[in-house]
Design a binder for this molecule. Structure first.
Ligand code: C5P
Length: 297
């Protein structure tokens, strides 16, 4: 018997970053948005933990296929929580670009929690699932809920923003190079913004206008980490300008980067921007959101 769970990529419509906390993490005030670039995670009973990866339009060669994979760690934490001595084979079909600021590894961990919970009939409940997800990584709880959500704490406290189902069209351009290390982007941000507040301000306007037309939303998109990502990877500025010149309403670095996302007015516009950007980048994907997370609610 096996169980398959689909889980989407995230982008941040707003990412406010405060001064580092005592534990080294940064307080965040973020609006997560799930888009339909998805990974599919299939779990089945096995005598020991294993993980296999296949890429669907994305390169998976840099993803660890051993016990350090966050999906395996999710399974191990779930069995520890329930004090059961079980293990599973985890198969991941990846459609989310890797190492790009789209939380693909976190998404797989979220999907693994939900899939194993169903496979073994654990009925863990939300409190346990969200607790384990938060322990695994800052973006894992959002992988459970998807759609639109406000993220606080270090990103792991998620509160769904209900009732905002307007479809948004995006062009997603993963970086063809080496990726950017998330800790190094946060460190550069600390250097560039020594005055960052202890608590980043809430994005009231964005939340209020979330259901408005894309033209209204575009100027409200914001990412505090963008300056640091551009500083470490100056070529991203040209890419953002090229997307906007091709007709995107707004280009933005996704999370800590280096993937860039472009909000477009409609589907046809998104395809035009993607076609244009493919002349300079190997991959430009058209995606839309919001879509549900691993829990499928
Ligand atoms: O929580 P996660 O494992 O995704 O975080 C990866 C790294 O990103 C952390 O080790 C930390 O350097 C940085 N980070 C941070 N503040 C956050 C989230 C992540 O400094 N709120």
């Amino acid at each position: 018997m096996s169980v398959t769970v689909r889980v989407p990529a995230k982008i941040n419509l707003h990412l406010g970053v405060g001064a580092p906390r005592e534990d080294g993490f940064h307080p965040l005030m973020t609006v997560f948005h799930a888009i339909d670039l998805v990974d599919e995670v299939t779990v089945s009973d096995a005598g020991e933990w294993s993980v296999t990866l296949t890429g669907h339009g994305v390169d998976v060669s840099d993803v660890p296929a051993d016990d350090t994979n966050l999906a395996v760690r999710a399974g191990v934490l779930l069995t520890a929580h329930h004090e059961i001595g079980r293990s599973a084979r985890i198969e991941i079909r990846k459609g989310i670009p890797v190492a790009g600021g789209m939380a693909g590894g976190s998404a797989d961990a979220a999907a693994t929690l939900v899939a194993l919970d169903r496979l073994w009939g654990l009925a863990s409940g939300d409190a346990a699932l969200f607790g384990i997800a938060g322990d695994l990584g800052s973006d894992v709880p959002f992988g459970l809920v998807g759609r639109n959500a406000l993220g606080t704490g270090r990103g792991e406290q998620v509160e769904q923003l209900p009732g905002v189902e307007v479809t948004r069209w995006w062009v997603v351009v993963p970086d063809p190079g080496q990726g950017l290390s998330t800790p190094s982007v946060y460190r550069r941000h600390d250097e560039l913004r020594p005055d960052a507040p202890a608590t980043p301000p809430a994005p009231h306007r964005l939340v209020a206008f979330l259901g408005d037309p894309a033209e209204t939303l575009a100027p409200l998109l914001h990412n505090d980490l963008q300056a640091a990502a551009l500083d470490l990877r100056p070529g991203l500025a040209d890419l953002l300008a090229a997307g906007e010149a091709a007709g995107a309403l707004r280009g933005l670095v996704s999370g800590s980067g280096p993937t860039c996302v472009f909000l477009c007015a409609d589907e046809a516009g998104a395809h035009r921007v993607a076609d244009d950007l493919r002349s300079r980048q190997p991959l430009a994907l058209v995606a839309s959101g919001p879509v549900p997370g691993a829990l499928g609610r």
